[in-house]
Ligand binder design. Structure first.
Ligand code: GDP
Ligand code: ZN
Length: 294
C-alpha cells in the first residue's frame, strides 16, 4: 500500500526484479520507503518503478545464519524513547542500550519522561539528574504525563511532520500516550529491547500511521529486533556521542577507554565531562557484547 501526497493509499506491485546496490535483502521495499509509482491504465493498481535512496534503515538478518537481510523500516526521522522513573522505572542501562542502537542506525533519539504526575518530591531531583545525563550527552529530553496531559503539546510538536518510532519498556505508557495524541489509533506497540527477542506477537504487516496533526508513526513487528545490530566492540564507543567526540585524541588508536594511559575519555570522565553512568554503561555494553550476541 503506497500513500500519495494527499494521503490516499493505492495498492501497488513491484516492477520486475529490484536489486538495490550493496545490500542483499529478502524484501526490496520496506515501510517508510519513498517510491515512484506508475498507475495502470484502469487506475486500480500502481507499479512501483523506483525506490528512492534511504537516509537510514533498520535491518536484520533474514535468519540467523543467512547472508541475506531483511529491511524492517526505512527513512526514520527519530526514535522516541519513552521512559519513566515512576513504576516501572526505566534504568539508564536500558536507555543507553537503546541509544547505542539508534546511533548505529543513524536515527536521532529523544527521551520522553512520562508519568510526571507520579513524581514525588523525592523523585524530582532524580529526574533532573537523569535528564542532565542525557542533555549533556546531546539527547533532547521532554517531560509528559499521559494522565494529566501535561507536556503533550510539546510531544506533538516533536512528532509533527516527522516519521517516528516509539519505543520503551512495557508499562511506561506508550499506548496511553498515543491514545491521548490520537484517539483510535490503537497501535500494536512493540517492545524495543535487547533482551526479549522471543516472538510474543502474531505476525502482522509493518504499517505507517498518519497523525492528524502531521507526521507518521511506524508500527512494525520487526522493531523487536531493534536491539540486535551487528557492530564490533571497537564501534561501541562511537555510539556514545560524547566519547565519539574525544576518542580520536586518545594516545592509542585502538584504545578501549578502560585502562589505557593517554585516554581522553578517561580524562573527561575524571574531569566530570562524561557522566559516570554513561561510562559504566559503555563498559558493560563493551564487555557484555558477546553475551548479548548469544
Ligand atoms: P505501554 O505498555 O507502554 O503501552 O503502557 P500503557 O499505556 O499500557 O500504560 C501502562 C500503565 O501506566 C497503565 O495503567 C496506564 O494507565 C498508566 N499510565 C500511562 N501513562 C501514565 C501517566 O502519565 N501517569 C500515570 N499516573 N499513569 C500512567
Ligand atoms: Zn581512550
Amino acid at each position: 500500500m503506497v500513500s500519495d501526497e494527499d494521503g490516499n493509499t493505492v495498492p501497488c506491485k513491484l516492477k520486475g526484479n529490484f536489486r538495490l546496490k550493496g545490500i542483499r535483502t529478502t524484501n526490496p521495499v520496506a515501510v517508510g520507503d519513498r517510491v515512484e509509482v506508475e498507475m495502470q491504465a484502469d487506475m486500480s493498481i500502481g507499479i512501483i518503478t523506483r525506490i528512492f535512496e534511504r537516509h537510514n534503515y533498520i535491518i536484520r538478518k533474514a535468519t540467523k545464519l543467512s547472508k541475506e537481510s531483511h529491511i524492517i523500516a526505512a527513512n526514520i526521522d527519530q526514535l522516541v524513547l519513552v521512559a519513566t522513573l515512576a513504576f516501572p522505572r526505566t534504568s539508564t542501562g536500558f536507555i543507553d542500550r537503546v541509544l547505542v542502537t539508534s546511533e548505529a542506525y543513524h536515527i536521532p533519539a529523544i527521551i520522553l519522561f512520562n508519568k510526571t504526575d507520579l513524581y514525588t518530591e523525592e523523585l524530582m531531583p532524580w529526574l533532573e539528574e537523569t535528564e542532565k545525563i542525557y542533555l549533556d550527552a546531546g539527547y533532547p529530553c521532554l517531560r509528559v504525563s499521559a494522565k494529566t496531559k501535561d507536556g503533550i503539546e510539546g510531544f506533538k510538536a516533536i512528532l509533527k511532520d516527522k516519521v517516528s518510532l516509539i519505543s520503551g519498556h512495557s508499562g511506561v505508557g506508550k499506548s496511553t500516550l498515543i491514545n491521548v495524541l490520537q484517539p483510535g489509533l490503537n497501535l500494536k506497540i512493540m517492545e524495543i529491547s535487547s533482551y526479549h527477542l522471543k516472538g510474543q506477537h502474531a505476525t502482522t504487516f509493518p504499517e505507517m500511521h498518519a497523525l492528524s496533526f502531521g507526521g507518521y508513526i511506524i508500527d512494525t513487528p520487526g522493531i523487536k529486533e531493534f536491539g540486535l545490530t551487528d557492530f564490533n566492540k571497537q564501534e561501541v564507543a562511537e555510539r556514545f556521542p560524547e566519547m565519539r567526540a574525544l576518542m580520536h585524541l586518545c594516545r592509542y588508536s585502538n584504545c578501549t577507554h578502560s585502562h589505557e594511559p593517554g585516554c581522553e575519555v578517561i580524562k573527561a570522565l575524571e574531569e566530570g565531562r562524561i557522566h559516570p553512568s554513561r561510562y559504566d554503561n559503555y563498559l558493560s555494553i563493551y564487555y557484555g557484547r558477546e553475551l548479548n550476541q548469544q
